[in-house]
Design a protein around this ligand. Sequence first.
Ligand SMILES: Nc1nc2c(ncn2[C@@H]2O[C@H](COP(=O)(O)OP(=O)(O)O)[C@@H](O)[C@H]2O)c(=O)[nH]1
Ligand SMILES: [Mg+2]
Length: 119
Amino acid sequence: MLNIFNIDTIDLSDTLPLWKLMGGEVSELVYAKFEPTVILLAGLQGVRKTTVSAKLALYLKKQGKSCMLIAGDMYRPAVIDQLVILGEQVDVPVYAIGTDVIPAEIARQGLQEAKKKEC
Ligand SMILES: Nc1nc2c(ncn2[C@@H]2O[C@H](COP(=O)(O)OP(=O)(O)O)[C@@H](O)[C@H]2O)c(=O)[nH]1
Ligand SMILES: [Mg+2]
């Protein structure tokens, strides 16, 4: 039986293209030459993207950066609330406009807002 909790026992050969695409190494954050820097977290459901985004925002805030979180998931309203709550906890603004707009448009509007607020 496959032990999903021990990565050493899983044959990753089938997933290699994805690993190659995403990169397997840890690297420094690269900031954009012209602000704002946009960081997109991509991954399967439950891999901690939302949690990490709030932790990352807190980390960046402590580095003296101003940042904004954008709630781009239009399919699961609860995760918008999740990000809003986490944003409150780390005291970082969250751009959320609900579930009626497609993610690309949410990102575009959120970026516009971030620029306006000089995030
Ligand atoms: N126990 C524990 N749970 C965590 C941790 N980080 C995230 N979670 C929980 O794991 C679940 C999935 O995380 P989430 O950030 O929502 O994943 P996403 O679907 O990739 O956005 C949520 O219920 C989180 O509260 C952690 O460090 N410890
Ligand atoms: Mg999420």
